[in-house]
Design a protein around this ligand. Structure first.
Ligand code: ZN
Ligand code: ZN
Length: 630
């Protein structure tokens, strides 16, 4: 207070309130708390200076500069007391509301008040700020109303305004409207191109995204990261990897977003060598290891079959673990590898260090229980998720529970849970139960479940095939054939089994019965030779996996052509004795291929890691890590 009275000493009265060194104004500059602001405001009121926009603006701007939680609403109150706020003040306040989604309607109210007489005319900054609010808090209809005003003033084609409009439309799923703005804008910069490409990526229209990307006059790390992420998102992993190579050739340094996408591609392709290379790159180039990137790295190692390395990366004390992402990646990884108890332990540790679990954590945890046949634990966590953690179970959690109960043979309990779910079960849940019916040989429930699936999704070929398999296993070949005919008449094709293996940085893909690979002859003669060796070792083909009414010999040949066997044979031919073989398969591995791989691991003294749609199988010395429960 002493300082304030000195500043207000009458000797300094000569300056006018519009001088920036006017004592009261420098007083505003020295404010450091809300109490100071209020004192300064009191002086402005007493002296009548509050009615001048310059000193009042200074106070408002000072308010924004201070880390005070309620400063925005206080600033707005001050703003309302100014008789004719200038454009700068309007823009400052509108911008201040922009990042607060819950109060972004205030930006629109301020904008509308600007349109009234005697208010300053909005300029391009005003439009940029208001469109931002429409993007993050308001909706597209508010955005369109504001756009009319921009068009009236000829500001909609200004590059800054157009850019934020493109982003607004693209973010809210109106990619065609975004494109119109993009096409009409007089000037485009990197931001315009990147936003437009981002819009197409979000709409999963990779064709258009790529076309624009190729047309771009120049590309930065955002352009490359966006298009790479797009390819990963739609499952075009090879293309994503190719683009990553091109990006490096173009001399663009990747950032943590690019690398997270590329790691996701490596994980899906089981490209461990490339994944490792990226890990080294992150360390050497000192890339900011944020929690998303860490999660991608853990996920990559886990999905490439190296769960121990994933765990080492997770445990590294230099890596951040304050958010749920790395924990989710690690718990999912352990679940996938059948290390259920460790997944549960990690979940318990996560609670001790105060990281709150989310929906994904529970999917991972329930999956861990399911893969480890931990029925009681699964039931308990399913209950606790709502009662302790306040997370309402969704379809995905019910799916895990159905799978857990069904696989453990508790078919009745699984069916009861599915029929009493608060939401309609989908074909994935019914399909899992149908699979369980098959494993546990419950034909009656299988038929009932099959009917549910047929009623809800008549073209769901996977479930029909499963049911047809069940018919042929119980030697009801006519029923099986009927169902198969129906599948053919409906014109839907079963997803073909596809396995891939990486060799020296190149991916080799094999479809079921594939004969397109350059080494086909060698592979098939190797398989014939292998069949003899395995028979001597005691392997008996489990022909129930073959659906048709073939004779036994033909069934054996059909099994021989399953995609993972072609990939394993290719791996055995082309790698040195003792080399670990990694295969990834798009479908679940069948019982017979599982059995045969166990034999191969023993007869050929090879470790073989197969990642199927559900989990990992680590074959070694004639045994599998899943202990035949999958
Ligand atoms: Zn198979
Ligand atoms: Zn297994």
């Amino acid at each position: 207070m002493k300082r304030f009275s000195t500043l207000l000493s009458p000797t300094r009265k000569a300056r006018t309130p519009l001088d920036s060194d006017y004592p009261l104004l420098s007083l505003v500059d020295s404010c450091k708390s809300m109490a100071h602001i209020k004192q300064a405001q009191a002086h402005l009121i007493i002296t009548g200076l509050i009615l001048h926009s310059f000193p009042a603006s200074k106070l408002i701007i000072k308010l924004f500069a201070l880390p005070i939680p309620s400063s925005l609403s206080y600033a707005h109150q001050l703003f309302d007391q100014i008789p004719s706020p200038n454009l700068f003040l309007y823009n400052t306040l509108i911008k201040a509301y922009e990042p607060t989604a819950h109060s972004s309607h205030n930006s629109l109210l301020l904008f509308r008040s600007m349109l009234r007489n005697s208010s300053p005319c909005p300029n391009r900054y005003t439009f940029v700020f208001v469109f931002h609010s429409c993007n993050y808090g308001l909706g597209i209809s508010e955005g369109e109303q504001v756009r009319v005003q921009a068009v009236k003033r000829g500001l909609d084609t200004n590059v800054f305004v157009a850019n934020v409009l493109i982003r607004m439309y693209a973010n809210q799923g109106f990619v065609d409207d975004a494109r119109k703005v993009f096409d009409w804008s007089l000037e485009r910069d990197l931001f315009s191109w990147n936003s437009m490409i981002g819009g197409y990526v979000r709409a999963a229209d990779l064709g258009q995204a790529r076309e624009l990307f190729d047309e771009m006059p120049e590309r930065d790390v955002v352009s490359w990261s966006t298009i790479i992420a797009g390819y990963v998102q739609v499952g075009f992993f090879m293309e994503a990897m190719e683009l990553f190579c091109k990006m490096q050739l173009a001399g663009i340094v990747p950032n943590e977003f690019t690398l997270a996408s590329v790691l996701a591609a490596c994980a899906s392709l089981v490209a461990l060598d490339q994944g490792r290379w990226i890990h080294v790159y992150i360390e050497k180039a000192r890339i900011n290891m944020n929690e998303r990137l860490l999660a991608s790295l853990i996920d990559m190692y886990a999905k490439c079959g190296d769960i121990d390395l994933a765990f080492r990366v997770f445990c590294d004390e230099n890596n951040p673990k304050r958010t749920v992402w790395p924990w989710n990646a690690m718990i999912s990884g352990l679940a996938m590898h059948g290390r259920s108890k460790e997944a549960i332990n990690l979940f318990e540790r996560m609670k001790i260090v105060n990281v709150a679990p989310d929906r994904i954590t529970f999917v991972a945890l329930l999956n861990a229980c399911s893969h480890g046949r931990l029925v009681d634990e699964g039931r308990l966590y399913f209950k606790l998720m709502r009662s302790i953690h306040g997370i309402e179970p969704g379809l995905e959690h019910y799916g895990c529970m159905g799978d857990l109960l069904g696989r453990a043979g508790l078919l009745k309990e699984a069916e009861e849970m599915i029929t009493s779910m608060p939401m309609a079960p989908d074909t994935v849940i019914w399909g899992a139960l149908l699979g369980a019916c098959r494993i546990h040989g419950d034909m009656e429930m299988g038929r009932r479940v099959g009917k549910f699936i047929r009623d809800s999704e008549p073209n769901h070929v996977g479930c029909h095939v499963l049911l047809a398999n069940m018919y042929s296993e119980s030697r009801r070949f006519n029923d099986a054939k009927d169902l198969r005919d129906r599948i053919e008449i409906a014109g839907v094709k079963k997803t073909p089994g596809c396995s891939s293996i990486e060799l020296g940085g190149t991916f080799h893909q094999f479809l079921v019965g594939d004969r397109s690979h350059p080494q086909t002859k060698l592979i098939y003669s190797f398989l014939d030779e292998m069949a003899i060796k395995l028979k001597i070792a005691g392997y008996v083909p489990e022909t129930r996996e073959v659906m048709l009414d073939l004779d036994e010999e033909e069934k054996e040949t059909a099994l021989l052509r399953h995609s993972e066997r072609l990939a394993i044979a290719f791996g055995l031919i082309n790698t040195a004795p003792g080399t670990l073989i990694r295969i990834v398969k798009n479908l679940r591995v069948c019982g017979d291929c599982h059995q045969v791989t166990k034999f191969i691991s023993k007869v050929y003294s090879r470790e073989i890691i197969v990642r199927d749609r559900m989990r990992f199988h680590h074959f070694k010395d004639g045994l599998c890590s899943c202990k035949d429960y999958w």
